[in-house]
Design a protein. Structure first.
Length: 256
């Protein structure tokens, strides 16, 4: 299956955690041929106060990652992701059998100049990948937002230019929808959406003029999500029009 790597951040035990995960691996999870999870944990050389790595260590960690992936490929291991948190980085692989893996991992650690620990664990259902590495709804939305902004940038969009942006939301009750309408300010234009599927079959299309740089998009989506979480609603997607430099036509760009 093709690899689709994405990164995201969240909070774990009061500290930031930086994840890199292959979303493409979900297409084969769980893989009956690889029922064993192998976690390789290494201590960062001089972590930041918040437990993440400093920029000057990134190249060494990248080299170690490449060495581990190359070595584990000899055992037909599937690399599915990593997490950096609390002064350490963990690399996660699924393999058919842990026999012989220790030697390959130690060789990669020695060449990369790190000391580490290998933690094997039976995980036939790929629970670690699906429940720990996989982004939750909020992080997945941030990934989608980033992809959208990147797509607009590639098409020559002037991201800082305000333009109408439509956000789709849905509820499981009319009460939730009506409560949101009372919370939104007058800058929002609201239209009812029909024909949605249960349980969130009561929808709204919310349109507001704003820029589409990453910071503005995330702030707007997070504001809506904070309301929706309390009202039993869900955020679905957003759509906008392309705004290039003057004398270039606009074109609608969106994801449903």
């Amino acid at each position: 299956m093709p690899e689709r790597w994405e990164h995201y951040r969240c909070s774990m035990q009061g500290q930031p955690a930086a994840f890199l995960v292959d979303l493409g691996a979900m297409d084969l999870a769980p893989d009956d041929r690889r029922p064993v999870l192998i976690t390789v944990r290494v201590a960062l050389r001089r972590p930041r106060p918040d437990g993440l790595n400093r920029p000057e260590e990134s190249a060494r960690l990248q080299k170690l990652e490449e060495l581990l992936v190359e070595r584990m490929s000899r055992s037909e291991g599937r690399y599915v992701g990593r997490v950096t948190h609390g002064g350490s980085r963990e690399f996660c692989f699924y393999v058919a059998d842990q026999r012989g893996v220790q030697r390959q991992i130690q060789a990669a650690l020695d060449e990369g100049g790190y000391r580490g620990a290998m933690l094997p664990m039976p995980d036939r259902k790929w629970e670690h990948y699906r429940r720990f590495l996989w982004p939750e709804r909020e992080q997945m939305q941030a990934i989608v937002d980033r992809r959208m902004v990147q797509a607009l940038r590639r098409k020559g969009d002037v991201l800082e230019t305000p333009r109408p942006v439509t956000h789709w939301v849905a509820f499981d009750s009319v009460d939730g929808r009506d409560a949101l309408l009372l919370l939104l300010d007058d800058d929002w234009h609201c239209e009812v959406r029909c024909g949605l599927e249960a349980p969130h079959e009561i929808g709204l299309a919310l349109t507001k003029a704003h820029a589409v740089d990453q910071g503005t998009v995330r702030a707007t989506v997070q504001e809506l999500e904070s309301y929706l979480w309390a009202l039993g609603g869900v955020y679905e997607a957003w759509q906008t029009v392309l705004r290039r430099a003057p004398a270039t036509a606009s074109r609608r760009v969106g994801r449903r």
